[in-house]
Design a protein around this ligand. Structure first.
Ligand code: PBG
Length: 330
């Protein structure tokens, strides 16, 4: 049988009909909202590179977290900036660090809101790299120990989920053991398992002040390509994800989302863990820039993007659009 008995348009005939046959829906329950914390008090400064995003001090992050929770969003993802940067990134595991204070403030204010923390050293090291540079090389194993220390300090402050975004080999196992040994068996690990060396992190690196330092460009260390993945590789992404699962990840992530929808789809088909996708800063600002130029309908484009990531197979959508999307979904 074919046309005219079969007419695909019958199922598109009204908004209600479309609603009935819709295969993919984005829910507020899927969303995670990233926040940027910096030391200080009473501080709320717009981030120039990222529309609608702010640098917040720990006290005001708690206010923002309350707004996020009111919108029904289940989780926030915290990124920190340090007071000072050094070789090791030692502000990253300070008990009095901005992230650690923010976790405590949020947990006091809105205890039911899940707090996820980014675990990575790039905002804390003076090199701007995600780990420790020794003899012009990133020392993988020493970095794992530092990351475990950072994750542990987040757990001690009350984080529900730690999310390592550094892409060192073996860090999930080292971190899982540190959490088990120190009394945090309940803290989950969301691994940035397949994170690509993407050109779409630009606005974030301005926001987190975490671009590799200019001095290192000459030494051939001006990018993150020795640890983040080559965007050309899909089979390698499957290996990365499988290893993180073996090491004890509770959830895995693909990042960025839009140029990697095929990776999300493959991950969904091959693994049964909750799968997150990170709709990164460059993807977010590309949409805003086009909308600002009058080229796109901002909200329609936003919902199409989020629906596409979900359709590809992601369960969890980490996105700077989360508040706007939640408001619209209500
Ligand atoms: C830290 C980190 C980055 C992002 C999240 N965690 C930047 C990077 O790897 O350079 C990017 C997030 C975004 O662009 O929205 N390693």
């Amino acid at each position: 049988m074919g046309f005219p008995e079969i007419r695909m348009r019958r199922l598109r005939s009204s908004a209600t009909m479309r609603r009935l046959v819709r295969e993919t829906t984005v829910s507020v329950d899927d969303l995670v909202y990233p926040l940027f914390v910096r030391p200080g008090e009473g501080l709320k400064e717009p981030i120039p590179s990222m529309t609608g995003c702010f640098h917040l001090s720990p006290d005001l992050v708690a206010d923002e977290a309350a707004v996020v929770a009111d919108l029904g969003i289940p989780a926030v993802l915290l990124f920190g900036l340090p007071e000072k940067k050094d070789e090791q990134g030692s502000d990253a595991w300070l008990e009095s660090g901005a992230v650690q204070m923010a976790i405590r403030a949020i947990k006091q204010r809105v205890p039911q809101l899940l707090v996820v923390t980014d675990v990575c050293l790039c905002a804390y090291t003076d090199t701007g790299h995600c780990g420790l540079i020794r003899d012009n090389r990133l020392d993988n194993d020493a970095t794992c120990e530092l990351l475990a220390k950072m994750a542990l300090s987040h757990a001690q402050a009350g984080a529900d989920i730690v999310a390592p975004s550094d892409m060192m080999d073996g860090r999930i196992g080292v971190m899982r053991q540190a959490l088990e040994k120190n009394g945090f068996p309940h803290v989950a690990i969301m691994s940035y398992a397949a994170k690509f060396a993407s050109a779409f992190y630009g606005p974030f690196r301005d926001a987190a002040e975490s671009a590799p330092s200019a001095a290192l460009v000459e030494a051939g260390l001006g990018d993150r390509k020795t640890y983040q993945m080559d965007p050309a590789n899909a089979r390698e992404a499957v290996r990365e994800i499988a290893l993180d699962i073996e090491e004890g990840a509770d959830m895995v992530m693909v990042k960025p989302a839009l140029s990697f929808l095929d990776i999300i789809q493959r991950a969904r088909q091959q693994f049964d863990l909750p799968l997150a996708a990170y709709n990164v800063s460059g993807e977010y600002m590309m949409l805003h820039a086009a909308a600002d130029a009058g080229l796109l309908d901002r909200e329609a484009a936003m919902m199409e993007v989020l629906t596409s990531i979900k359709r590809a197979g992601a369960d969890i959508l980490i996105t700077y659009h989360a508040k706007a999307a939640a408001a619209r979904l209500r």
